[in-house]
Design a protein around this ligand. Structure first.
Ligand code: ADP
Length: 460
């Protein structure tokens, strides 16, 4: 059936506003319900498909994705704005997470034996809803979809309305592999409109979500009292602490990577820098020098180090945030310009920041790094724990033991010593504490538990 012309949407390329990155039709509430029904219908057949066969199909899919890497990276860049290098890194990271999930399933299997013939079997759970954001439009889907399917579940994917094309690519590459019809369903639509139809469906058994804390909390409320398990990866405002004996060049490089890669739109990126007073000036000068060297421009221009932010609204928010911080006493050290042609915002460093300022305490998700000073390591930790989040943190010091001691008191599910805050290993989870996460975390070994339900099988 042709789409209602009133529901057609055009998504502009944030790095070139004259280019349309994607045209698509918003799903209706009825479409969302049909997708859930289709998944519920497909589940029995898919869940009975032997796990070795499921793994085989997923490996074929990953091979196709790997072969299409340049095209996939171009699609990501065009609708998200990130540089082609960042988009390539996103595809590579997604494949690494998916391959780790498969290897782990092959090693651990879904049966755990006891000393008798009785044993534990991990069974599929049913229809899983994957709700994903725009900042990693490819990786967040691939890394959730792989374990959901591998462990025998049927899936409905609801990607961000800002990045539909990456999701379509993922699905197109699944077609033809022989999954039963309805095993994977894609709903492109406004979260507020189709979300309630998806979430209220009686067949829903799990939601794996990555997005804002506001939406995550709402999903938790909407599913209260129901047999729907939640895996919520939400906001963050990740601190990077620089102690007096740190390698300042390495710390400045890490702050610039964590703060400005993907134009500051990285859940585990660096939201604030806390530096010991004695070295603050030298460190901040080095950070500013690095920020000033970064070339901003369209993601598909190989000379760009940093692409645009996601929307004009986000760009306006960045400008307003800097103006408010400066009006309350922060000093603008560099950046904050808005070159024309796209939603550009040059990497910005603010110092003379105080803990009470929103620029320090709140998640920004734009390329602005506030630098705050502390008298002692203990005070630095106290500052790092300000706010509602607890996702990632870094500590820089030449003394690893001291850095570990400092990091141990930070309320964060991921800590890094002398590495930037977004550093990842596919074997370890993205573990949000406090208002950064709920339920079993994504990635690493927890997918197996999240996407299965244990059944104790007794035999004489
Ligand atoms: P962001 O502010 O980073 O875009 P959101 O939490 O708004 O984060 O969006 C993350 C994902 O959640 C997107 O796919 C969005 O469409 C979806 N979403 C937003 N509101 C709802 C809702 N009421 N129900 C279901 N999904 C939603």
């Amino acid at each position: 059936m042709p789409a209602d012309p009133h529901r057609l949407v055009a998504r502009e390329n944030p790095g070139n506003l004259e280019d349309i990155a994607a045209r698509w039709a918003k799903a209706t509430i009825a479409d969302a319900s049909h997708a859930m029904e289709a998944a519920a219908h497909a589940f029995p057949q898919w869940s009975r498909c032997p796990i070795d066969r499921r793994i085989e199909l997923l490996k074929e899919w990953l091979t196709v994705l790997a072969a299409n890497k340049p095209h996939l990276a171009a699609v990501i860049t065009r609708e998200n704005g990130k540089t082609l290098a960042e988009a390539h890194a996103e595809v590579a990271a997604a494949l690494a997470d998916a391959q780790h999930t498969i290897s782990e399933a092959q090693i651990r299997g879904v049966t755990e034996n006891t000393s008798t013939r009785s044993h534990l079997r991990l069974e599929p759970i049913g229809v899983c809803l994957l709700i994903t954001p725009w900042n990693f439009p490819f990786a967040t889907i691939v890394r959730k979809l792989t374990p959901a399917l591998l462990y025998g579940n049927a899936v409905v994917i609801k990607p961000s309305e800002l990045t539909p094309a990456s999701a379509v690519e993922i699905i197109q590459n699944l077609i033809g592999l022989g999954l039963p019809a309805g095993t994977v369903n894609l709903v492109l639509g406004d979260g507020n409109e189709v979300g309630p139809a998806l979430v209220s469906h009686s067949g829903l058994r799990a939601i794996s979500f990555t997005g804002s804390t506001r939406t995550g909390r709402m999903l938790a409320q909407l599913t209260t009292g129901r047999d729907v398990r939640l895996q919520l990866e939400m906001g963050g405002n990740n601190p990077l602490i620089v102690l007096e004996d740190a390698d300042l060049d390495a710390a400045a490089a890490a702050a610039a990577i964590g703060g400005f890669s993907c134009a500051g739109q990285w859940c585990t990126g660096t939201g604030r820098v806390i530096v010991l007073k004695r070295i603050a000036e030298t460190f901040t000068d080095q950070l500013v020098a690095r920020a000033e060297k970064l070339r901003i421009g369209p993601g598909d221009d190989p000379s760009s180090d940093i692409g645009p932010v996601i929307t004009g609204e986000s760009q306006g928010f960045a400008r307003h945030t800097v103006a408010t911080a400066v009006a309350s006493g922060a000093r603008l050290r560099c950046g904050g310009a808005m070159p024309p042609g796209g939603y550009f915002f040059t990497p910005c460093v603010l110092d003379q920041v105080h803990a009470g300022m929103p620029v320090f305490a709140e998640e920004l998700f734009v390329p602005i790094l506030p630098v705050i000073t502390a008298e002692t390591a203990a005070e630095a930790v106290k500052l790092a724990n300000i706010g509602q989040y607890g996702l990632s943190a870094s500590v820089f010091s030449r003394d690893e033991t001291k850095a570990m001691q400092c990091a141990a008191s930070i309320e964060a599910g991921m800590i890094h010593i002398n590495l930037h805050t977004a550093w990842r290993d596919p074997a370890l989870p993205v573990s949000g504490w406090r208002d950064s996460g709920r339920g079993l975390p994504e990635c690493g070994r927890f997918y197996r538990d999240f996407f299965t339900r244990p059944r104790a099988v007794y035999l004489p």
